[in-house]
Design a protein around this ligand. Structure first.
Ligand SMILES: NC(=O)c1ccc[n+]([C@@H]2O[C@H](COP(=O)([O-])OP(=O)(O)OC[C@H]3O[C@@H](n4cnc5c(N)ncnc54)[C@H](OP(=O)(O)O)[C@@H]3O)[C@@H](O)[C@H]2O)c1
Length: 242
C-alpha cells in the first residue's frame, strides 16, 4: 500500500491532497497543527495518521518526524515499503499583522524581520528539515514535492509586493534543484505550484478551486519521471520560468 506524508493537511490544498490519496487507497501521514481539522473526519479504514504539532517549532517537527519514522519502520504489511510521496504543503504568505489599506505588503516601507523569518521558516526550512529527517524512510523512486508558487518566478513578477513570500518560494525552487543532484539515486524531487487557488491563503478571487488544482497536481505527480527532478513545474505539468 503506497504511503504519503503531507504537511498542512487540515485545510486548503493539503486537506484535498490527503482526501484524494486516501480515496485512492493510500496510507496518509498528515502533519497538522492543532485546531479545526476536517481531515480527522475522513473515512480512512486505519490508513490515516494525524501527527500534531507546529512545524516552525523544531521540537515539534522532530517529534512528528520520529513518529512517522517509527510507523514506517514497523510496516503494517508486506506491501509497505516506505514513503512513496512526501508533500511539503504547509505555508504562509505572511504573519497576521494587519497593514493600513493601500500600503505595500512586505515592501520597503514595512520591512519586518520577524515576519521574514517566520515565512522562510515554514515555507522553506521546515520542508528541508522534514525531508532530511525522513530521507532514510523513502521508498525506492519516491517523489518529494515541495509546494511552491508562481509568485516565486522573477520572470512573472510584474506587480511586486510580498517580497518575503516570493523569496521563500524562490528559495524552495533553488534547493529543489540543488538537492535533486544529491537525491538522484533515491528520489524525484520537484517544486510544484498549484496555480492561484481559492483557499484562505489564495483568497476568494482566485480562479481555481481546490479540487481542480489538486486533481491537476496529482496527475503531474503520477507522471513524474527522473528527467524532471529538480524542476519548477506548474499544476498543468509545464516547466515554469524562474
Ligand atoms: N492558494 C493559492 O493560491 C496558492 C498559490 C501558490 C502556492 N500556494 C501554496 O500552497 C500551500 C497551501 O496553501 P493553501 O492555499 O492551502 O493555504 P491555507 O488554506 O492557508 O493552508 C495553509 C496550511 O499550512 C498550514 N501551516 C501554516 N503554518 C504552519 C505551521 N507553522 N505548522 C504547521 N502547519 C502550518 C496551515 O495549518 P493551520 O490551519 O494550523 O494554520 C494550513 O494547513 C502553501 O505552501 C502555499 O504557499 C497556494
Amino acid at each position: 500500500m503506497p504511503t504519503a506524508v503531507i504537511t498542512g493537511a487540515n485545510r486548503g490544498i493539503g486537506l484535498e491532497f490527503a482526501l484524494r490519496y486516501l480515496e485512492r487507497g493510500w496510507q496518509v501521514h498528515a502533519l497538522n497543527r492543532g485546531g479545526t481539522d476536517a481531515l480527522a473526519e475522513a473515512e480512512a479504514d486505519g490508513r490515516l495518521w494525524i501527527h500534531r504539532g507546529d512545524l516552525s517549532v523544531i521540537e515539534d517537527l522532530r517529534r512528528m518526524a520520529r513518529a512517522v519514522r517509527e510507523a514506517i519502520v514497523s510496516p503494517a504489511g508486506p506491501d509497505d515499503r516506505g514513503i512513496d510521496l512526501l508533500i511539503h504543503n504547509a505555508g504562509i504568505m505572511g504573519t497576521e499583522r494587519t497593514r493600513p489599506q493601500g500600503r505595500p505588503r512586505q515592501g520597503l516601507e514595512d520591512f519586518d524581520r520577524e515576519e521574514w523569518r517566520a515565512v522562510l521558516d515554514i515555507n522553506l526550512l521546515a520542508g528541508v528539515e522534514l525531508m532530511i529527517s525522513l530521507r532514510a524512510q523513502l521508498a525506492p523512486g519516491a517523489r518529494i514535492v515541495m509546494i511552491t508558487s508562481e509568485m516565486a518566478s522573477n520572470a512573472g513578477n510584474d506587480y511586486g509586493g510580498w517580497a518575503a513570500y516570493r523569496a521563500s518560494k524562490a528559495a524552495v525552487n533553488s534547493v529543489v534543484k540543488t538537492f535533486s543532484m544529491e537525491l538522484a539515486d533515491e528520489a524525484i524531487i520537484v517544486a510544484l505550484h498549484p496555480g492561484w487557488v481559492r483557499t484562505a491563503l489564495g483568497g476568494p478571487n482566485a480562479p481555481l478551486d481546490v479540487e481542480t488544482s489538486v486533481a491537476d497536481m496529482i496527475r503531474v505527480i503520477d507522471d513524474l519521471g527522473p528527467g524532471q527532478s529538480g524542476a519548477f513545474i506548474g499544476h498543468h505539468g509545464a516547466v515554469a520560468p524562474y
